[in-house]
Ligand binder design. Structure first.
Ligand code: ARG
Ligand code: ZN
Length: 882
């Protein structure tokens, strides 16, 4: 796409089948640092469902065409039109034919990291969404499925390892030269976005897996030389994922080989190319000295995610990019379920909901809101969002809640059965669940079409005389960009009625039926439910397990919330009750901070957290989650308008200090009780003990008391693993300005040669909520450890500053906004995808108080006015300002 040519919107309603199909792709790729030659031999035929007699139109992007032949004959110049962005064969014979296209590409100059590029010398590819057209001319759309054979040739010295999709069929030396080659064949038809090749000098960790039907699969994890010692956990997670998918979904692996390659320069987390997953090294490499418990959990989840795509994404792919959630939402749901089974299910659910609320809810509430299945896009790369991924997963989870375990599995089985080999749609997916269960999902489908977070208001009324309890529920959905009128949604609301003794009461509705699996079906704007035989006043526990991704408000009193925080049988709601109390307090405290009003102490919260801390039956990982006070972003979202980030910060800081003091004895006891025993292990139980110990350390130091700081310094110095060391460093960075610099310097000296650890060091400094941080971050952009061309470095430093540091990004003088706008402009020429993602940090700018809102708008307009913006940044900035 040439710069300044703002791309035309692409609409779902304009979908047409391709005019030409490609059955086979034979690629011959001769790797060269600046002039890689690609010969693509395409076996094409007219699509009976396409328009008759049409030209062959192939997409391209920054390609140089060298030659083109049709059935072996060179094409006359008048028979085709070639530009760097398209190749059109004007009047092709309307029959099966072979087109051979030779192009030249320059992988070293490819700073967008889309198509074929180099990462620390390794040749690698990223084709999703539209990168294959940067390698050769091709109908670059997911509904064109072909069988690929790939021959790669390279200097043996430069690239001893040569990998592509599928199985290796041949390899050897190119006689009389210093070059060698490998031929890979992938028997499974696939869209071109799943193509990959890798060439480089890499170390390999090997293992094998025997599938349910006894087929042996060779497994390989490839990493930069010298890093094989850090790939063991990824390999272990891969084998567990392969087994789990057989057991949970009946999905077996289908090639002789499964390879993973870790690269240092990658735009996203990882990519599910058939048989050859390419990963950001952040999600492969781990050792106790360099990775935190959170890193281990992410590696496990992302290895599983990409592996699970083999069935949900690859065997069944998407008809068009509007259906992205068909593979992404479903696969996120599957990886969440996997992690829940491998670890603690309730703690995993809490972590997933926190992520949803912190990333997806603000997206859905601002100018970038879009449906789980968008209707229109100008740049598809901007739709790899929390809405498509995380809300998409919630929609699948709701299907399971509505249909039950068996009904859900029956729908999935039918989906695999009916659509294997297809490029499918959301309608196809839903039809499988409707058909397998004999239900109508028409209204449910609104979850894919309507954007915005539904609001659910619930109130309860106990009738002592009638021994009944009534719940009145009403739902609303506010207008979002492009959607002014909304229809009521289907909301599966899991509920419980908790009796005075803390036990759940039976849920018998007034018509004598049971609320099935404890789920009330909300389908109308207003509905009431009456439960019978309720002899004592219950406390309703609402939206248990976060059964629907809604914003729920209720008439529960603070005392009732404290009761739920102590007694709810549903662990998620037990956690959530405490958070609701804390959030309400923080909103009030923020107002108090702005108006100089006095505020009563947070007694209810101290009470709730105190009993959680003392409950020895609880999982330490759960207690750690309960102790974490809602983030500044959470509070800003709750306030929703005229937001002053400094007031929020002050309120939150004061609350944390108060909690640290009020709960000190219990926190000290928890800290002592969870001291490490034995060597570091990344398992969930050990990680949970560390999480609680560190959460205790954090609250004890929150007020900056000499005792709390001394404890953190000792923790830092004695740490024998990255989780403890980095946590202590964070406490010092945030709460101990005097101890901070020495600790940061010591940490850097120790890990300066390890880029993934340096990222933690950069990210931590970007988060400090002090006026000096902007200058510090600016200074770090010229530090030897920083580079604008590595997406991980940029995200760690600038991305963290913009997305986490509410007080300094939104500085009252506007300098934080200016800094990020400048960074976006700096990056855009190099890597538009990373630039656009950074710019999306402005998404909640309209909720700010007027002064900050004006400075955010000025910064956005300055970006918008820059000539020559990429389609990526131009799309985000224009929607942000709409
Ligand atoms: N399919 C990949 C994943 O979920 C994400 C790739 C997105 N890449 C991009 N350039 N938009 O796991
Ligand atoms: Zn994915």
């Amino acid at each position: 796409m040439p710069r300044d040519a703002v791309p035309q919107p692409v609409r779902l309603s304009d979908y047409r089948p391709p005019d030409w199909l490609v059955d086979t792709v034979d690629l011959d790729v001769r790797l060269h640092p600046t002039a890689t030659r690609v010969i693509a031999r395409l076996g094409l035929r007219p699509n009976p469902e396409g328009r008759e007699g049409s030209a062959i139109t192939l997409d391209g992007d920054e390609l140089a065409l060298k030659a083109v032949t049709l059935d072996g004959e060179p094409l006359a110049g008048s028979a085709y039109v070639a530009t760097s962005s398209a190749l059109t064969i004007l009047a092709p014979p309307q029959r099966a034919l072979v087109l051979e296209i030779e192009t030249l590409v320059d992988p070293s100059a490819n700073t967008k990291l889309m198509g074929l590029y180099r990462s620390s010398g390794t040749y690698c590819t990223q084709c999703e969404a539209e990168g294959f057209r940067r390698i050769t001319y091709f109908p670059d759309r997911p509904d064109v499925l072909a069988v690929y054979t790939t021959r790669i040739e390279a200097e043996r010295e430069e690239a001893p390892v040569l990998l592509a999709n599928g199985n290796l069929v041949e390899s050897g030396d190119v006689e009389g030269t210093s070059r060698h080659y490998a031929v890979w064949h992938d028997p499974w038809p696939k869209p071109c976005y799943l193509f990959a090749l890798v060439g480089g000098r890499l170390d390999r960790v090997s293992d094998e897996f025997v599938t349910a039907t006894g087929r042996k699969v060779d497994l390989g994890v490839y990493v930069e030389p010298g890093k094989a010692g850090r790939a063991g956990y990824a390999m272990d997670a891969l084998k567990r994922s392969m087994r789990w998918d057989e057991e949970a979904f009946g999905c077996e692996y289908d090639l002789d080989v499964f390879n993973i390659v870790a690269v240092a320069d990658f735009n996203m987390g990882a990519m599910e190319n058939k048989g050859l997953n390419v990963f950001n090294d952040k999600y492969v490499l781990a050792s106790p000295e360099t990775a935190t418990d959170a890193d281990y959990a992410n590696i496990e989840g992302i290895i599983a995610h990409e592996y699970f795509h083999n069935w949900t994404g690859n065997r069944i792919t998407c008809r068009d990019w509007f259906q992205l959630c068909l593979k992404e939402g479903l696969t996120v749901f599957r990886d969440q379920e996997f992690s829940a089974d491998q670890r603690s299910r309730p703690v995993k659910r809490i972590a997933d909901v926190r992520l949803l609320k912190s990333h997806q809810f603000p997206e859905d509430a601002g100018p970038l809101a879009h449906p789980v299945r968008p209707q229109v896009y100008r740049e598809i790369n901007n739709f790899y969002t929390a809405t498509v991924y995380e809300k998409g997963a919630e929609v699948v989870r709701m299907l399971k809640t509505l249909l039950g375990e068996e009904g859900f599995r029956a729908g999935m089985d039918l989906y695999f059965d009916r659509h294997d080999g297809d490029a499918a749609t959301v309608e196809d997916f839903l039809a499988c669940f409707a058909d397998a269960n004999g239900v109508d999902l028409t209204q449910f489908a609104l979850w894919y079409a309507q954007s915005g977070t539904p609001k659910l208001a619930v109130s309860g009324q106990w009738d002592e005389a009638a021994r009944s309890f009534r719940l009145d529920v009403s739902q609303t959905l506010a207008p979002t960009p492009g959607q002014s009128d909304k229809q009521p949604m289907v909301i599966p609301l899991a509920v419980g009625l908790v009796g005075p003794d803390g036990e759940d009461l039976p849920l018998v509705l007034d018509d004598g039926t049971n609320a099935e699996r404890g789920v009330l079906l909300i389908t109308q704007p207003k509905q009431s439910f009456v439960f019978r035989d309720v002899a004592e006043r219950p406390v309703p526990s609402l939206n248990r397990g976060f059964s629907a991704p809604v914003k729920l408000t209720s008439d529960l009193s603070t005392a009732e919330l404290v009761f739920l925080a102590r007694h709810d049988a549903d662990p998620f709601n037990r956690f959530d009750a405490g958070q609701t109390i804390a959030l309400a307090y923080l909103v009030e405290a923020t107002t108090a901070a702005r108006t100089g009003r006095a505020l009563s102490p947070p007694e209810a919260l101290v009470e709730a957290l105190g009993s959680t801390l003392e409950d020895s039956a609880l999982d330490p990982a759960f207690i750690a989650q309960a102790l974490s006070v809602p983030s500044e972003g959470d509070v800003a979202r709750e306030i929703g308008t005229d937001v002053d980030p400094d007031a929020i910060h002050d309120a939150r800081k004061a609350l944390r200090q108060t909690l640290g003091e009020a709960l000190a004895p219990a926190l000290k006891a928890a800290y002592a009780r969870h001291a490490p025993s034995g060597a570091y292990s990344p398992d969930a139980d050990s990680a949970g003990r560390r999480a609680l110990r560190n959460a205790s350390l954090d609250l004890l130091a929150a007020g900056g008391s000499p005792e709390g700081i001394a404890r953190a310094v000792g923790h830092f110095e004695r740490a024998d693993n990255m989780t403890d060391r980095f946590f202590a460093l964070s406490v010092l960075a945030h709460s101990a300005p005097d101890a901070r610099e020495a600790a940061l310097a010591a940490f850097y000296e120790r890990f300066r040669d390890d880029p993934l650890v340096v990222d933690k060091w950069l990210a931590l400094q970007a988060q400090i909520a002090e006026p000096g941080t902007l200058a510090r971050v600016g200074g770090l952009t010229t530090h030897a450890a920083f580079s604008w061309s590595n997406p991980n470095r940029v995200r760690a430093l600038v991305g963290t500053f913009a997305s986490i540091n509410q007080t300094q990004f939104h500085r009252a003088d506007g300098a934080g906004h200016d800094f990020v706008a400048d960074a976006v402009l700096e990056l855009d020429a190099r890597n538009p995808q990373v630039a656009a993602r950074l710019l999306a940090a402005f998404k909640s700018w309209r909720v700010l108080e007027p002064g900050r809102r004006a400075s955010a708008e000025r910064a956005l307009r300055r970006v918008a006015d820059r000539p020559g913006l990429s389609p990526d940044v131009s799309d985000i900035v224009s929607r942000s300002l709409e």
